[in-house]
Write a protein of this length. Sequence first.
Length: 112
Amino acid sequence: MDVNFNQWTKEEFLVYLMLYAANIDGKITAKEQKIICGKVGQTMYGEVFETFETHNDSVCIQNILGYKEKYLNATEDVKKIIEEMTGIFMEDGKISNTEQHILHLTEKLLNR
């Protein structure tokens, strides 16, 4: 089943955000994949990943901003996303400077 990225559910959007976070260093590790799959299951992960891997950064950011309006209306929603991203970044035991900057930029984008 293909994920229609024009009609994502909130859960699909959140998987997309987690994939974007995991891929910020150019690769999604097996540990990062396991974290995401543990939250949503292999099937949904695979479906969203198929769409995600065809998108460049510009398309990802446009999608994130577009769905932000639909699914992230409360401050608590944004806090939860930042916590999820932090968990993914911490899978190797530390948050790199790049990851820290991405967390900060993502928080700014999602709170505007």
